[in-house]
Design a protein around this ligand. Structure first.
Ligand code: GLC
Length: 425
């Protein structure tokens, strides 16, 4: 490890450790009879366990407390449903926050579990948590559950069998108010009420069909083969394949690798616009491209099997000062999109411009995977600088670096993994 990079990494580890002590939620839930121990996204606004947040927390915890990394995954999987589904929010301590819940737009499977998915970062989380002593026993414990979850996604969310799973409401992508859905949802401005109304236009009819997935697809209200979700899906099937291989399940590993390749093929053949050099989501049963240039459009760079010509086009956008090469990259919307907004938008609208740590994590690793380590180092360095100057915020202004949204936001702690990459070179 280089001295300066290592010291910087060590300092960040200590900050993340302290953050994760502050945001730790531990207790016993009478409604299911289980104990829980997880890191919540933020004590002020998000006290419950969120799916993809928890996976990022696991990656960060693997640097500071491997045992807690495993508890995080165990808590996430505790309430997996018999069909394999895992909720995007587990409301472990719901009773303590009834007032706050009134402000959320969420569909429920049970009073304690949401009925949505989030990007399936699960295999990457398990891989991070399995490092070190006792890793094999941990894999033996959790892999059957992880496998059942990915089988559920494949069976229930990919009815047209193109290797791409569909989200059925906007918040399932984790990118709640991203402008890429504006036209599809019929939204013109930035009023939170318009987003809530759009959400209800989708969730209302779903409720009338009992939230049966086949019937929700048939309604064709919001079906999105989302590029960010499917990049993460593909990557996690690939990683799950590696994990299955490592425990001697050659058949399972090969099935997962085949599925992962199918997902990359689906993304390249259906979502990639060769003229623009960008990926776009597919909306509705007619699979119409949502042609808005957002960070999703770049995310397939994270896939090691992305053809190198395509990867080069993405790198071109990332390094273009008109689009993504901001002083504090990587903006969640290209800076030359009309909808780009670098700071807080209206009341609590997210994903309309600021830089976020979790997408930086995917892009920096993608840059390294495609032989662009020097640009990756730049993204890692700037990511570290954001936290060093303004703390662990939910998102940051790409031009000024100013932090916004929730304070002490936990997944921003994944910055420790970004700094670890250059510290270990
Ligand atoms: C917001 C984000 C979502 C995240 C949640 C909890 O809804 O858009 O991605 O999971 O907050 O942090």
């Amino acid at each position: 490890m280089g001295g300066v990079a290592r010291e910087r990494y060590e300092r960040m580890r200590e900050s993340v450790r302290a953050l994760y002590d502050r945001n730790r939620q531990r207790g016993h839930a009478a409604w299911c009879g289980y104990d829980y121990d997880f890191v919540c996204p933020s004590m002020g606004t998000y006290p419950f366990q969120w799916f993809w947040d928890s996976c990022f927390h696991t990656v960060a915890l693997s640097h500071v407390d491997p045992e807690r990394a495993r508890s995080e995954v165990r808590s996430l999987l505790k309430n997996q449903q018999p069909d394999g589904f895992v909720a995007h929010v587990t409301f472990w301590q719901r009773e303590a926050f009834e007032e706050m819940l009134k402000t959320y737009s969420i569909a429920y499977r049970t009073p304690y579990l949401s009925d949505c998915i989030q990007p399936p970062v699960l295999a990457e989380a398990v891989q991070a948590a399995a490092r070190g002593a006792g890793g094999r026993a941990f894999l033996d414990e959790v892999l059957p559950k992880v496998r059942r979850y990915f089988d559920w996604l494949d069976r229930v969310r990919d009815p047209d069998r193109d290797g791409l799973i569909a989200t059925l409401q906007p918040d399932e992508s984790g990118l709640d108010h991203t402008p890429k859905y504006d036209a599809y949802l019929g939204i013109a401005g930035t009023d939170l009420e318009d987003f809530t109304a759009a959400w209800e236009r989708v969730a209302g009819p779903y409720a009338t069909v009992g939230r049966d997935p086949e019937k929700m697809f048939a309604l064709d209200r919001f079906i999105c083969e989302d590029v960010l979700v499917n990049t993460i899906y593909g990557e996690n099937q690939r990683v799950l394949g590696e994990l299955l291989e490592s425990v001697g399940d050659a058949a399972g590993a090969s099935a997962m690798r085949t599925r992962a390749a199918h997902t990359t093929e689906g993304l390249v053949s259906k979502c990639y616009d060769a003229e623009a050099g960008l990926f776009f989501d597919l909306a509705g049963r007619r699979e119409e491209r949502l042609r808005v240039n957002t960070v999703s459009s770049l995310l397939p760079l994270a896939l090691p099997d992305l053809p190198s010509k395509v990867a080069e086009r993405i790198v071109g956008h990332l390094t273009d000062e008109r689009e993504y090469a901001a002083p504090f990259p990587v903006p969640s919307v290209a800076m030359n999109e009309p909808s780009y907004a670098p700071g807080i938008v209206g009341t609590k609208l997210v994903w309309r411009g600021p830089s976020w740590m979790n997408t930086n994590w995917y892009l920096a690793r993608g840059l390294r995977r495609h032989g662009r380590a020097e640009i990756a180092r730049h993204v890692e360095d700037r990511s570290g600088a954001l936290v060093e100057r303004d703390g662990f915020r939910e998102y940051y202004n790409p031009t000024t670096g100013e932090g916004n949204g929730a304070r002490d936001f936990s997944w921003t702690g994944v910055v420790v993994d970004l700094l670890g990459a250059s510290a270990t070179e």
